[in-house]
Design a protein around this ligand. Structure first.
Ligand code: S3P
Length: 168
């Protein structure tokens, strides 16, 4: 299963909860990228720029798709054509778009300073969010609101999979 959506939508938290409930391995794409790049995400952006980051992200995605895991992606993965194509081609893994009102996402993002593209002026971040919405929707089997508890969000995803004959 793949979780997509903007920064702050809860991908990592929900993936962890689903992993516990479904007894499955969880992989966070943002944890794999620094291993491939040899440096933390803010340093990749600062030293090599966003384009280089997206290529590392693509390589990380490619390597973990082979695993039968619950995958939390980074919010910008849909903006890179190669990564988008890879996600679009998936036939055996459900893709969930986690979403919440933009102002809620923005306030969640401000809680940590580890996101180079999130720690910007609110209107810049809003424009980024708006520019990605169509891509999240186009890739997703289902949009799930995270404006509820983690337990309720996970329960909604599990019930959708049970109904839709998806494998986790
Ligand atoms: C990014 C989102 C981040 C991380 C990087 C870029 C983005 O992941 O991959 O800072 O472009 O939206 P999260 O969505 O997990 O914060």
């Amino acid at each position: 299963m793949i979780l997509i959506g903007f920064m702050g939508c809860g991908k990592t938290t929900i993936a962890h909860e689903l992993g516990l409930q479904l007894n499955k391995k969880t992989i966070d794409l943002d944890d794999v990228i620094p291993k491939i790049a040899g440096q933390p995400i803010p340093e990749i952006f600062a030293a090599e720029g966003e384009a280089a980051f997206r290529e590392y992200e693509f390589q990380a995605l490619q390597s973990i798709l082979k695993e039968n895991a619950i995958i939390a992606t980074g919010g910008g993965v849909v903006t890179y054509e190669k990564s988008y194509a890879l996600l679009k081609e998936l036939t055996d893994m459900p893709v969930f778009f986690l979403n919440a009102p933009f102002d809620d996402l923005y306030s969640r993002i401000q809680e940590d300073d580890n996101r180079p593209l999130g720690n910007q002026d609110i209107e810049k971040v809003r424009a980024l969010y708006n520019s990605r919405l169509d891509k999240y929707s186009a890739l997703a089997d289902r949009e799930i609101s995270t404006s509820k508890t983690v337990a309720d969000t996970a329960a909604e995803i599990i019930s959708y999979m049970d109904d839709g004959n998806f494998k986790a």
